[in-house]
Each structure stands twice: as structure tokens, then as C-alpha cells.
Design a protein around this ligand. Structure first.
Ligand code: NAD
Length: 361
């Protein structure tokens, strides 16, 4: 049966890194007869330039019937002065909310070959394998009212609203507990329950949900402590679940444990396993167009697509092992380069992963 994958390279390095992930998926598509059909669309600044909006109707019509979406990144200097309503990042928020992609999985795994690339001591990070589950369609990023207003005394005030409904907390909670069940059965819920009512409510619901998952050990941590613990002793965590804002910050922090933001994939899922897959980094305008970006986060996002949307563990593992083999062969993009390794371009790294797939058979 044909499976449709919508491909949205976006802006900056998006086009370069997505090209490498498509090389990998193309190879497996033929080799394993996966039945994938790819169709490209525009999002972010690239879409704004053509259609005057970062999330045009043509892209909505492409992603809605698709089984999965592979995305590069959006944004760049060129669009920074646009009104916030049409900035590239709005395209991404629109995509997440249109498809109801509420559960964002962000694994942070340290490849042993990169232990020295981490800014933390090898003994602190070696063997690291944690999963951050971030709520993606609620919280302060979407809460109303929001904006800038003028107070009675004439002073201007910026404001946003953090809200979570019970059903929003329950569904992300279920998603996180199920993932913990498939891993080491430890779930840490991160909040700021000592200060914010909205997150005190979050904690209450997580405690209630835990009764349905007696095999999972639930713990709680304030977000400030969680940020500290992530750099102090990250291996204490198995799965972390948290709100949109806290998850955004903590997952970028976790990315540095692994050596480079260019290594971290992500999946954003709806209730039925449909998903959007993208690296956690942005469009890196500072290095765009130079063929030097690290494509491994995007390639590993393709592996997550095979696992979470297409339930094809074998194909997912083939990609993950091929990435490991490529690193074993000592090739490194600039962001993870170290003395004694061979510096390669973005496209050469993509080729190295495809060669590793061929070699393993
Ligand atoms: P960024 O993640 O794009 O870049 C941060 C730093 O990491 C830069 O020095 C960059 O060169 C480096 N980097 C990122 N990805 C890399 C890769 N694959 N290989 C090697 N180095 C890499 O974050 P930023 O600079 O804060 O944002 C740039 C633009 O991206 C902004 O417009 C921002 O809004 C947007 N952004 C988009 C997304 C997304 O599309 N999901 C996420 C974050 C930021």
C-alpha cells in the first residue's frame, strides 16, 4: 500500500539536511519495498516569499491527507522584521495545531564516539539515553489573551497566558506513561507547582494518571532544578514529561549533552500516530548554503518516522545502526569534528549513512 510522506524542507539549512534524509529513505524504500511516495511543499519563509503566508492552503492540503511529514527547519534573518503573524515560525505553530500534534518526543542519546564532543565530562554523559516528552499545542505559546496593551497609567505592558485544560494534560500524560512503559519505567514530570497554579494543576493530574500505570515510577521536579540536574547528573532521567515552554528550553539544554544540536531528532504525534518529524534545531542561517550542516538529526528523525508512524522497528533500527557505523568510520561534520577524525560536508555525511546501510545489507 502506498504511504504518503509530505516533505517540507523550509528555510536555511532545511533544504540541505532534508535532502540527506530523503537519500536515506529513498534507499530503504527500494531496498525494503516500503511503498513510500514523497511530495514536496513550502513552509516558513520559503512559503511566505511565494504565497505571502508561512503556512499556505497548498501546504495544508498536502499535509492533511499525508501519513507523515518530514520537515527541515524554518526562519532566517530575511524574515525577522515581518509582522509576527506571518513570520516563518508561525507556519510551524500552524502546522502543529492544524494536525493536533500535541505530543513531542525528543530523545537525547549520546553516541559513544561523540563523548568528547559534549561540553560535559565523558563520565557524566557516557551512556546517556533519555526521552523528553514535551506538550506541544497548549500552554503559554497558545494561551489567550496575549499581546501588548496600554495600562490606565499609560504604561505599556506585554502579556501572555499559560493555560492547560484537564484533557490536554491527560493526553500528554498518557503518551508519556506509555513511552516510559516501553523504556525503563521511570517518568519525571517537570513543573513549577510551587509558583504557577497552572502547573500545580498539571502535577495533580499526573498523580491521578499514575494510578493507571502502576508499573511506572512517577516523580516530580521543579523546572529550575530539572535544568540543573540535566547538566549535573543527566543519567538519572529515563523519560521526562513537561509543558510546551519548559520542554522547549530543557530539550535544547539536553541537546548539548549529546555534543551537538545537530544530532537530535524529534517526533510530534497526534492521537493516532500520525506525525511530523524534524530535527530540534532551527534553520541555522549562519551556516546555510555552505553544505556544512550536520544532517544526522534529520536522518534520525526519519528513523523515528519509521518507528512511530509506520511501526517499522526493523527499518528504524537499520537507520540508527547506519548512523552509528558512519560515526565509527570516523567521519564528522564541522559541529562534531575533533582532532583525529575526518571532516566531511553535509552531503558527504548523508552519503556515508547510505553507504553504511548498503554495507550492512
Ligand atoms: P539554530 O538551531 O538554527 O542554530 C543555533 C546554533 O546551532 C547555530 O550556531 C547553528 O549554526 C548551529 N546549528 C543548528 N543546527 C545545526 C546543524 N544541523 N549542524 C550544525 N550546526 C547547527 O537556532 P537559532 O540560531 O536560534 O535560530 C535560527 C532560526 O531558526 C531562527 O529564525 C529561529 O526562529 C529558527 N528556529 C526554527 C526552529 C524550527 O524550525 N523548528 C527551531 C528553532 C529555531
Amino acid at each position: 500500500m502506498t504511504k504518503k510522506i509530505a516533505v517540507l524542507p523550509g528555510d536555511g539549512i532545511g533544504t540541505e539536511i532534508v535532502e540527506q534524509a530523503i537519500k536515506v529513505l529513498d534507499f530503504l524504500n527500494t531496498d525494503m519495498n516500503l511503498g513510500f511516495e514523497f511530495e514536496n511543499g513550502l513552509i516558513g519563509g520559503a512559503a511566505y516569499d511565494v504565497h505571502g503566508t508561512p503556512f499556505p492552503q497548498q501546504t495544508i492540503d498536502l499535509v492533511k491527507p499525508a501519513d507523515a511529514i518530514l520537515l527541515g527547519a524554518v526562519g532566517g534573518y530575511k524574515w525577522e522584521s515581518l509582522d509576527i503573524s506571518v513570520r516563518p515560525e508561525k507556519g510551524l505553530l500552524g502546522l502543529r495545531s492544524t494536525l493536533n500534534l500535541f505530543s513531542n518526543l525528543r530523545p537525547a542519546i549520546l553516541y559513544p564516539q561523540l563523548a568528547d564532543a559534549s561540553t560535559l565530562k565523558p563520565e557524566v554523559v557516557s551512556g546517556l539515553d533519555l526521552m523528553i516528552v514535551r506538550e506541544l499545542t497548549g500552554g503559554i505559546y497558545f494561551g489567550q489573551p496575549r499581546g501588548v496593551r496600554v495600562l490606565e497609567n499609560g504604561e505599556r505592558q506585554g502579556f501572555n497566558t499559560a493555560t492547560y485544560t484537564e484533557s490536554e494534560v491527560r493526553r500528554i500524560g498518557h503518551s508519556a506513561f506509555r513511552i516510559a512503559q516501553k523504556r525503563h519505567k521511570k517518568l519525571c514530570s517537570v513543573d513549577k507547582a510551587n509558583v504557577l497554579e497552572c502547573t500545580e494543576f498539571w502535577r495533580e493530574i499526573m498523580i491521578d494518571l499514575s494510578k493507571e500505570y502502576p508499573d511506572v515510577t512517577l516523580s516530580h521536579m521543579y523546572v529550575d532544578n530539572a535544568a540543573m540536574q540535566l547538566v549535573r547528573a543527566p543519567k538519572q532521567f529515563d523519560v521526562m514529561v513537561t509543558s510546551n515552554l519548559f520542554g522547549d528550553v530543557l530539550s535544547d539544554c539536553a541537546s548539548m549533552l549529546t555534543g551537538s544540536i545537530g544530532m537530535l531528532p524529534s517526533a510530534s504525534l497526534d492521537d493516532h500516530g500520525k506525525g511530523m518529524y524534524e530535527p530540534i534545531h532551527g534553520s541555522a542561517p549562519d551556516i546555510a548554503g555552505q553544505d556544512i550542516a550536520n544532517p544526522l538529526a534529520t536522518i534520525l528523525s526519519a528513523a523515528m518516522m519509521l518507528r512511530y508512524t509506520f511501526n517499522n522497528e526493523e527499518a528504524a533500527l537499520r537507520i540508527e545502526k547506519a548512523v552509528n557505523d558512519a560515526l565509527d568510520s570516523n567521519v564528522r561534520t564541522a559541529d562534531i569534528y575533533a582532532a583525529g577524525t575526518q571532516k566531511v560536508s553535509c552531503s558527504q555525511m548523508g552519503d556515508a549513512v547510505v553507504s553504511a546501510l548498503k554495507n550492512r545489507g
